[in-house]
Design a protein. Sequence first.
Length: 70
Amino acid sequence: MASRGKTAVAVVTAEFEVLAHTMAANAGRGGLRILVLPYPLETRPESEVRAVAATHWPMLLTTLGARVDA
């Protein structure tokens, strides 16, 4: 994607972090930015999932290159 002027970030849970890096490297995208969320998400109460989202959303935007004002 970056070679085409597009910014990309893969978002995975910690369970799949190594796999994501391996797949990116095997696809010739070793520099792919990967944002790792805690694992598991599906067994957490909705309030915890929302807290994870609130915490990681600014990180995602920053990783994409957006300016995040507090």
